[in-house]
Design a protein around this ligand. Structure first.
Ligand code: FAD
Length: 544
């Protein structure tokens, strides 16, 4: 099979045009093209009046060797890579060694647990939050009734932080082993829409994520895995082994139980601040890392569609438009759009009482009225929170508390119209844009809950973004704060063997450990860590 990439056709092309375009491009007679499969479809909307679809295709041809030889200089034609997943090892049927423990059932922990279970290692999954159905009720409790459950919310519970999200599944990670494909394939098996395998910018949406997570749990349990919901890991028992190295020997759980554990995937996500503290207290190597801080910004989706697609706005093939923009501000800060959710809503994403955090989500249809995205500014430990590995957590908490107060101390988000933000005056009434955040937006001055450097940089960036995406800087556009959980404020550093730098048996993984940013990269990291752990337990690999 051959893979042909970068084949472009007009937006409104007929299905048969694809075969014809392949034949034209490769100089084939129609009979020589035996089968064609779409591997990826994206679009090139740089020229709004002539938007083109961009295909990557797998082709079965009558004489592939001859075509390869004839097209030797064509960088877009090659043999189809083998993207199949192979287990690095497998436990024998009578395996009686230690069972791995996975802390956290987010995308990283889920994929780690699934792969460990598939290798026959019967993992135990410890998750502080509730199973996803019950968790959904608690999450909506904050949005509808302003009642926060600190252990069951947008950040904590089965499925992890990405469950109530847009479910965007793309990432810029290097992935030479095609582990992303393994993740997407498992997601489809668990009920995700099949188009995630072919869309250039796939997404799942909240409702499907919920059922998908349940179905993955079933698969893990069938393979001998075991879940413990509502069970938080409160402490780590670390001993000195015979050669003087620190080694993890077990976990103290919130129900009072001590769980002996020698091989633990720690996939706790970026909001497990209490767990970061315990790790630090127990001497596990933790360091501060950069993240970003800012606001959510909301526009009517139709404005973004027109700005991106011009006369093709609303086209069903293109779907609701997205954007990704950035600006280097004169104060040295990079301002950029983050986690853009077309046709979605801004959500209350705090996991701690007395704090307000924004984020975004959407359904598969992306049919809600507004588009939203984070509008954030990069911050670094050296410049903004020096001196302590957990100083980034303190900084997040400070601005989340200020946002809680600025919003009225009742979980409403503080908000401001863009025109007022630029003019440095508080907002008092909404204009043509109605914000979607629940339990509500309290109009005020966002200065009260953002650092000065972020305000300056965002003020400078808004008109620039308005030139790139017309309408972006309309004075009635609403911004809500604060966006602080853009990524982990810490790295729980690991070595080449994927274990903590100074604690053997502890495998820091995913976003919380600073090794991923987003659902797909966290899930891929989960697989990589699970493989390293499995090879420690079953080193004599029987690769199949
Ligand atoms: P998490 O998903 O955070 O999972 C960690 C899990 O560990 C949680 O379930 C938590 O309860 C559990 N846990 C924590 N501490 C303990 C403990 N001590 N004991 C037991 N369990 C513990 N990313 C995208 O790629 N696309 C998107 O569209 C997208 N949208 C998002 C929308 C929202 C509202 C949010 C909040 C995030 C979004 N993200 C999105 C980011 C994405 O969700 C994260 O990058 C991803 O979930 C990280 O995966 P993870 O498994 O590393 O951690």
């Amino acid at each position: 099979m051959l893979r042909l990439s970068d084949l472009t056709l007009p937006l409104d092309h007929a299905p048969a045009d694809l075969d014809r375009a392949v034949c034209d491009r490769l100089g084939l007679q129609p009979a020589e093209l035996e089968r064609l499969t779409v591997v990826r479809r994206g679009n090139d909307a740089r020229r709004k009046n002539a938007i083109r679809l961009v295909y990557t295709l797998d082709l079965v041809l009558a004489d592939e060797e001859a075509v390869l030889a004839r097209q030797a200089g064509d960088a877009h034609l090659r043999r189809t890579p083998d993207t199949g997943y192979r287990f690095v090892t497998r436990a024998p049927a009578d395996y009686a060694g230690p069972r791995p423990v996975v802390i956290g059932a987010g995308p990283c922990g889920l994929l780690a647990a699934l792969v460990l279970a598939q290798m026959g290692l019967r993992p135990i999954i410890v998750e502080r939050g509730k199973a996803v159905r019950e968790r959904t009720k608690d999450t909506w409790g904050l949005w509808r009734r302003s009642v926060l459950d600190p252990e069951s919310n947008v950040q904590f519970g089965e499925g992890g932080a990405g469950t109530f999200s847009d479910g965007k599944l793309y990432s810029r990670i290097k992935d030479p082993r095609h582990l992303g494909r393994k993740v997407l394939t498992e997601f489809v098996k668990a009920g995700a829409p099949e188009d995630i395998l072919t869309e250039a910018h796939p997404h799942i949406g909240t409702f499907r994520l919920v059922t998908m997570v349940m179905s993955m749990r079933e698969a893990i349990e069938k393979l001998g895995g075991e879940y413990r919901f509502g069970t938080r890991v409160d402490d780590f028992e670390i001993a000195q082994d015979s050669d003087g190295e620190r080694r993890l020997v077990g976990l103290h759980l919130s129900n009072g139980e001590f769980l002996p554990a020698s091989h633990v995937v720690m996939a706790v996500g970026h909001s497990a601040r209490d767990t970061f503290q315990v790790l630090y207290d127990r001497g596990v190597h933790v360091e501060a890392k950069p993240f970003a801080i800012g606001v959510r910004i909301e526009h009517p989706q139709s404005w973004i569609d027109v700005a991106r697609y011009g006369p093709h706005a609303g086209n069903a093939i293109l779907g609701p438009a997205a954007y990704a923009i950035s600006h280097q501000a004169s104060n040295g800060r990079t301002v950029y759009s983050f986690c853009m959710c077309p046709g979605g809503r801004v959500v209350a994403a705090t996991s701690e009482e007395g704090r307000v955090v924004t984020n975004g989500m959407s359904q598969y249809s992306r049919a809600e009225f507004n588009a939203n995205s984070g509008l954030v500014v990069d911050i670094t430990p050296e410049r903004d929170f020096p001196g302590h590995p957990l100083a980034g957590v303190a900084l997040q908490r400070k601005f989340e508390e200020l946002a809680f107060v600025a919003g009225g101390s009742n979980y409403k988000a503080p908000g401001q119209k863009l025109g007022d933000f630029l003019a440095d005056r508080p907002s008092s009434e909404f204009g043509v844009v109605t914000p979607s955040y629940q339990p509500g937006v309290h109009l005020t001055d966002l200065k009260a809950c953002l650092p000065d450097y972020a305000i300056d940089a965002i003020r400078e960036a808004l008109p620039v973004f308005g030139r790139q995406v017309p309408g972006y800087d309309h004075p009635d556009v609403v911004m809500t704060g604060v966006e602080t959980r853009t990524s982990s404020p810490v790295r729980i550093t690991r070595g080449r063997d994927f274990q903590s730098l100074n604690t053997r048996g502890l495998y820091p993984a995913g976003e919380g450990a600073g090794y991923a940013g987003g659902i797909l990269s966290a899930a891929v990291d989960g697989i990589r860590v699970a493989e390293a752990l499995a090879l420690e337990l079953v080193p004599a690999a029987t690769v199949q």
